[in-house]
Design a protein around this ligand. Structure first.
Ligand code: LFR
Length: 542
């Protein structure tokens, strides 16, 4: 058939999905074959991922998707009056590839026989607290940043790895390696051990902009680079799905592809950057011939800022669009040709991570919808029945919030009674204390919009490049209130969507790796395939 299909497995911190992506050469269609919760395991004070459970769900998703594709193939054949022979051909041709993307920084220790040596820790586990100071004495924060481009953060792989080795030094001998989370699943599916570059660029161990682990850092941790499987670029075809899995899941052969296996890198690969999305005239106000809508976008010149030296020669193009990838975390950034390693970038909390295709993402990690997810979990555990959408509409009716929190305050990092932490934050900072779930949800969303605004302003300062508009992608782009507040707060047009950006990015990259898609067409393909919504910065007051 001329429809090319791949499976995009997107694992987020709170849920996972196996998406069936179909590409007809023009449009990309994503269909959810299987969705499941990702519930961390709490055990004796530790927090872990249920890797085995996740693998089971991935396998279930593969077999569901494969069955769907096969029955679809048969259906087509039947309506065309074809023979059984042809339906078998359709079966064989249909699923071409599978790729997994996950959140960043986490990994599993692998034993000599390829097994998981112990349960994989969740980055919200608190064991690093005890060891962070020692690590930072060994490798000062600014040196970490200079070497790797990563903003030092207690959740980074390097901090976790160091803590593991302090507590269990014999891991050095017992382990045959560590695999980052998506690499672990790719290994389970293909039998091939590889380290995909975008996920490794979240670790705090990779040389800035490079593709090998930083040897000085490894030496200081006293570990050999042999523990790290060969680093491969995003979009590497690893090999065929293991034959035993093909039989078990009744799915036929397909390629296991390491796409941009960091979920944010994958989401950014699906951002439809180009002028059209935000310069396209609005329906209700047809613009005059040749007059671009861009003229209406308040330019950053409205609020004069002290710029740093431009980090790059931007080839004369003055403006760029930023992205905010919004899920459990909100990641605000722009693409740059190379890592930005300036003192300003370091001091303002920016980090550099790798893009599909070799570029760099200069970004800030902001605690995102995690705050609302935890509030919701708390309220529902206490007898509430709130969906995420319920909370958003309550927040809408609650009206503007009087108080603000800093979403990145460490007190919000670990799971717990988030509503009370929000209230306590307000008490501690002498602000009005919110009461109802609607008020708390509103306060959280407005605080996120504020944090986005600050991050976007700082991105301009640090990169020396004006930001004309922002693409908000991921689950949060479905939250119209958040999109509206963001557009108002940042004073720029917000283009929302696609919602399933990570899965879309994974599909685009897999299809490109298989030679079935021209990646330079990705913006057009995304625009044809998904509904993008534009939010105006109307209420800009400052
Ligand atoms: C988003 C994300 C962020 C990363 C955070 C923790 O899902 O991948 O990019 O910083 O999770 O790993």
């Amino acid at each position: 058939s001329s429809i090319k299909r791949v499976l995009a497995v997107d694992l987020g911190a709170s849920s996972g999905r196996v998406m069936l992506a179909s590409f007809d050469g023009f449009r990309l269609e994503l269909r959810e074959a299987h969705r499941f919760d990702n519930v961390p395991i709490e055990e004796q004070g530790g927090l872990y991922w249920d890797v085995e459970g996740l693998l089971k769900e991935i396998k279930k998703g593969i077999s569901i998707a494969a069955a769907e594709v096969v029955s679809e193939g048969r259906l087509v054949d039947r309506t065309e009056g074809d023979t059984g022979l042809q339906s078998k051909t359709a079966e064989k041709q249909n699923l071409l590839g599978i790729g997994v993307d996950t959140w960043g920084v986490d990994y599993g220790w692998i034993g000599q026989g390829g097994e998981l040596l112990r349960k994989a820790h969740h980055y919200r586990d608190t064991r690093m607290n005890k060891h962070a100071t020692a690590l930072e004495r060994l490798i000062p924060r600014s040196e970490q940043f200079q070497r790797t481009g990563n903003q030092p953060d207690i959740i980074n792989t390097v901090y976790q790895w160091f803590a593991d080795l302090q507590e269990t030094p014999e891991l050095r001998e017992r382990a045959s390696g560590i695999l980052m989370m998506p690499d672990l699943f790719h290994y389970e599916l293909s039998g091939v051990k590889a380290s995909e570059r975008t996920i490794w660029s979240t670790s705090g161990l990779l040389t800035a902009g490079g593709n090998e682990a930083d040897t000085a850092i490894l030496e200081k941790l006293d570990i050999t680079s042999e523990l790290i499987a060969p680093i491969v670029p995003a979009g590497t075809v690893l090999g065929e799905l293991r034959p035993d899995l093909q039989a078990e899941l009744r799915c036929g052969p397909m390629q296991v592809i390491a796409g941009a296996s960091h979920d944010t890198a994958s989401a950014v690969a699906a951002v439809p950057y180009r002028d059209s999305a935000f310069t396209r005239p609005q329906k209700d106000q047809p613009s005059k011939q040749g007059e671009s809508k861009k003229a209406d976008i308040p330019s950053s010149a409205d609020s004069p800022r002290e710029y740093d030296e431009p980090a790059f020669d931007w080839n004369g193009s003055a403006e760029s669009a930023a992205f905010i990838s919004c899920g459990t975390w909100s990641i605000a950034g722009i693409e740059t040709p190379r890592p930005v390693l300036t003192q300003a970038a370091f001091e303002r909390g920016f980090t550099n991570e790798a893009c599909y295709g070799g570029g760099n993402r200069l970004l800030k990690n902001i605690t995102g919808l995690w705050l609302l997810q935890e509030c919701r979990r708390h309220w529902n555990a206490a007898g509430g029945h709130f969906s995420h959408a319920d909370l958003v509409s309550l927040a809408e009716s609650a009206g503007p919030a009087d108080s603000r929190i800093d979403p990145n305050d460490p007190r919000f990092a670990a799971p717990g009674d988030m509503p009370e932490r929000v209230r306590q934050y307000c008490r501690d900072t002498g602000q009005p204390v919110p009461g109802s779930p609607g008020e708390i949800a509103r306060l959280v969303l407005e605080s996120l919009a504020d944090a986005y605004g600050q991050a976007i302003d700082e991105l301009e300062i640090v990169s020396g490049r004006a930001i004309a508009a922002v693409h908000l992608v991921g689950g949060g782009s479905r939250n119209a209130l958040l999109c509206r507040l963001t557009a108002e707060r940042i004073g720029r047009v917000v283009v929302a969507g696609p919602v399933e950006a990570s899965a879309a990015g994974s599909a685009l990259i897999q299809l490109a790796a298989l030679g079935e898609l021209d990646f330079t067409q990705r913006a057009e393909i995304i625009e044809r395939s998904f509904t993008l919504q534009r939010f105006e910065p109307h209420a800009r007051t400052n």
